[in-house]
Design a protein around this ligand. Structure first.
Ligand code: FPP
Length: 246
């Protein structure tokens, strides 16, 4: 199966807020964790879809800095699920030449989990077919703050003058700065909000919201989001006529 969208219009970088696991489970009279487990299968399918369609970067919001506020039992079950996924999926990701990276404030996770994350990142570091970023304990405001802190530290060390800090320089310290800019943001589950994901990186991304609950989101849904993106005119502040001339 290949993409029906013009290859020149395939987004290079897609980010997804995978929402709706809990409601998907509730509809089936099952606990929320049942939905998260089903969500893991959707992750596998979408990774495969990105590989097939030539998407270079996929960034998934797996656990936000606000998700710690969920019932302790659910947080524990999610951590278990992430560990299981790390143990089970890394071989296949590696054989598909996927580079896995975790983004966010990883200091909040216990040593064991951090070591497994670091090992998975190191093992897949040489891969280039798809860059899969999993945002864990991530918040868009946190990302801006950590970049600002690095800039301030650089000023304090005398390496930089405050007036030299501009968008390009600050952007260099944001998460994912070494990857292609975000083209397409997808949120499943019917809510039309960004929920503190990739705030800086979203500046010129196209937004796609769908009612589909995350466990039902599959390669066909990904294709239709990409086709929707391919129909958009990206102007980056220019007029439609200017864009047509380029
Ligand atoms: C949001 O749905 C989903 C999450 C907070 C967890 C996302 C985790 C997965 C999809 C599991 C697999 C992930 C990886 C990277 C292996 P929700 O619980 O807020 O759903 P609701 O809005 O219906 O309650």
């Amino acid at each position: 199966m290949t993409s029906s969208a013009d290859p020149a219009r395939i987004p290079r970088h897609i980010a997804i807020v995978m929402d709706g696991n809990g409601r998907w489970a509730k509809l089936r009279h099952r606990p929320r964790t049942f939905g998260h487990n089903a969500g893991r299968k959707a992750v596998r399918d979408v990774v495969e879809g990105c590989l097939r369609q030539g998407v270079k970067v996929l960034t998934l919001f797996a656990f936000s800095s606000e998700n710690w506020q969920r019932p302790q039992e659910e947080v524990g079950a999610l951590m278990e699920l992430f560990l299981r996924a790390l143990d089970k999926e890394v071989d296949e990701l590696h054989s598909n030449e996927v580079r896995l990276r975790f983004v966010g404030d990883l200091s909040a996770f216990d040593n064991g989990m951090r070591q497994r994350m670091t090992a998975a990142m190191a093992r897949t570091a040489g891969n280039d077919a798809l860059h899969l970023n999993v945002a864990m304990n991530y918040g868009g405001r946190w990302d801006i703050v950590q970049a600002a802190r690095k800039a301030a530290e650089s000023v304090a060390r005398g390496e930089l003058r405050a007036e030299e800090i501009d968008e390009a320089l600050l952007g260099h310290w944001m998460s994912l700065a070494d990857l292609p800019p975000l083209d397409l943001f997808i949120r499943t589950g019917g809510e039309c909000r960004v929920s503190n994901f990739l705030l800086w990186q979203l500046a010129y991304a196209e937004l796609h919201f769908t009612d589909t609950l995350w466990p039902d989101f599959d390669q066909a849904c990904l294709r239709s989001a990409i086709e929707d993106y391919a129909r958009r005119e990206r102007r980056f502040g220019r007029t439609g006529e200017q864009v047509a001339q380029r």
